[in-house]
Design a protein. Structure first.
Length: 107
């Protein structure tokens, strides 16, 4: 997966795609505050953060300069079991919970 900064938005580009499949509007709007990290479930059923393949730190969010592309992949320590997360979401009729940022359609 590749991330790109466009103004205050974070563009998420899936492998093999030329255009973003997801735009996180205003991801970079709160300068000085940690931004939320992207999470995904790996083959082992655990939730991990997407980490930069460059080895750069990501604890405060993805610190990208305007227009720069950054390859990311699931890595680091597991956050929690994906089974627990998705089972709880299924019971509440929500597929995703997005409280720290808003989603916008891909441009």
């Amino acid at each position: 997966m590749t991330l790109k900064r466009a103004g205050n938005d974070l563009l998420v580009i899936q492998e093999g795609d030329d255009s973003p499949s997801l735009v996180l509007a205003d991801y970079f709007a709160n300068a000085g505050e940690p931004s939320p990290l992207l999470l995904g479930m790996a083959e082992d059923g655990m939730i991990y953060s997407y980490v930069p393949l460059s080895g750069k730190s990501y604890e405060t969010g993805y610190l990208l300069t305007e227009g720069r592309l950054e390859a990311v992949a699931l890595g680091g320590d597991a956050v929690e079991s994906g089974v627990t997360f998705f089972a709880a979401q299924e019971e509440s009729n929500y597929l995703f919970r997005c409280s720290d940022f808003s989603l916008a359609p891909a441009r």
